[in-house]
Design a protein around this ligand. Structure first.
Ligand SMILES: [Zn+2]
Length: 371
């Protein structure tokens, strides 16, 4: 055994390692101080605290309550302060900066344009303001010595009826900053099949989409997302574990759906800390990511909502390293999986893997030699 694989990566190495996030919500990743300042500037009165530290803790506690519905409530405040172009630009720029400072080299960040119209903006103005913000954030990150590329995913809300309109919007901006489409919101009672016209439109346009499925709700939701809607990736998809049986002697049997997901290399956008908070999973050790990784599903690691979960990509990996003993080799595997599953063109994904991710890990893996 060589020592590069027996040493767990340090927190500093985890932070410096190139990382890729595919599932991160723009309205779930604001800096608490920014929420406070934007509320003050825009006359938003409903914040539970006017102090950034207290507000940050409030978000985490509300999100810790164990219910997905309660978790979603916290978004009323973040979305509430993101109703002007300046606010959207600022939040998007800071998002790119924060991810870059955490070592993320490629991010797909999602948001629902229809939730940012209360101040009179059009859907197009929302998309353009967020795009401008991401470009500004990429530029500022570069000045700080970090390289990051951010693509937007436009989300439609499951309970609303604007999904086709949002899918058309995503298609219109596909060559200018928007890389795909998603649907999100409470799963129970709002099956993805309600939005078939949006998915069919995107398929006819040869465009990409992911669907929040198999988080709170189980296999039927995953099955619909894949076999009725044609999702390219599963947002969470963690409940695929319900279709996998492990016998006492360690033999594993995959049901038809789990086998399909693995055979077709369907990417799972797993978000460990978020699953713990919503009660979908009891502990990091119980998180299906351990088994799914062993079984070689196309597993990716994600943050979901950095503010509500008090997390970052580095923290997600710290938990996994601590719980499952992962090394830099596994971190690289998760990261390459994510980059392979991104919605940008194939040649760019390959270049990110060969010219950014692999060299980054090689440098870190060689550090033990020079200690
Ligand atoms: Zn999500």
């Amino acid at each position: 055994m060589n020592s590069q694989t027996i040493h767990a990566p340090t927190a500093d190495q985890i932070r410096r390692a190139p990382k890729v996030v595919l599932h991160d919500h723009l309205d779930g990743g604001l800096r608490p101080g920014t929420v406070v300042e934007l509320a003050r500037e825009n006359g938003y009165q409903a914040l539970p605290h006017g102090d950034a530290d207290k507000l940050g803790s409030w978000f985490r506690e509300a999100a810790d309550s164990g219910s997905l519905e309660r978790y979603l409530e916290t978004f009323a405040h973040t979305v509430g302060v993101m109703q002007t172009e300046e606010a959207l630009r600022r939040v998007a720029a800071e998002c790119a900066e924060d991810l870059a400072a955490d070592g993320v080299v490629y991010a797909e960040v999602r948001y629902a344009p229809e939730q940012h119209l209360e101040g009179g903006l059009s859907l197009e103005q929302v998309v353009e303001a967020v795009n401008d913000g991401f470009r500004e954030g990429e530029r500022r990150a570069r000045e700080d010595g970090h390289r990051i590329r951010v693509g937007a995913l436009l989300t439609a809300m499951r309970h609303a009826a604007r999904s086709l309109e949002i899918a058309e919007l995503a298609n219109r901006y596909r060559d200018s900053g928007v890389v795909g489409f998603d649907i999100a919101g409470a799963e129970a009672g709002y099956p993805p099949t309600r939005h078939l016209d949006a998915f069919e439109f995107l398929k006819r346009e040869n465009n990409h989409f992911t669907i929040h499925a198999g988080e709170a709700f189980g296999l039927p939701s995953i099955w619909q997302a894949l076999q009725w809607c044609g999702a390219d990736r599963l947002g969470h998809g963690v409940r695929i574990i319900d279709d996998i049986e492990v016998a006492d002697d360690g033999t594993v049997e995959l049901g038809r759906l789990a086998a399909y997901v693995r055979d077709k290399r369907i990417p799972l956008e797993l978000c460990p800390t978020s699953n713990l908070q919503t009660g979908a999973v009891g502990s990091y050790a119980d998180h299906p990511i351990g088994l799914l990784r062993k079984l070689h599903f196309r597993v990716t690691v994600n943050t979901d909502n950095r503010l509500m979960s008090g997390t970052t990509m580095s923290r997600e990996f710290e938990h996994l390293v601590e719980t499952f003993g992962y090394t830099l080799d596994e971190m690289q595997w998760f990261t390459v999986n994510a980059m392979k599953s991104a919605f940008i063109p194939f040649d760019e994904r390959v270049a990110m893997i060969d010219d950014v991710i692999k060299p980054g890990y090689a440098t870190l893996k060689a550090e033990w030699l020079f200690r």
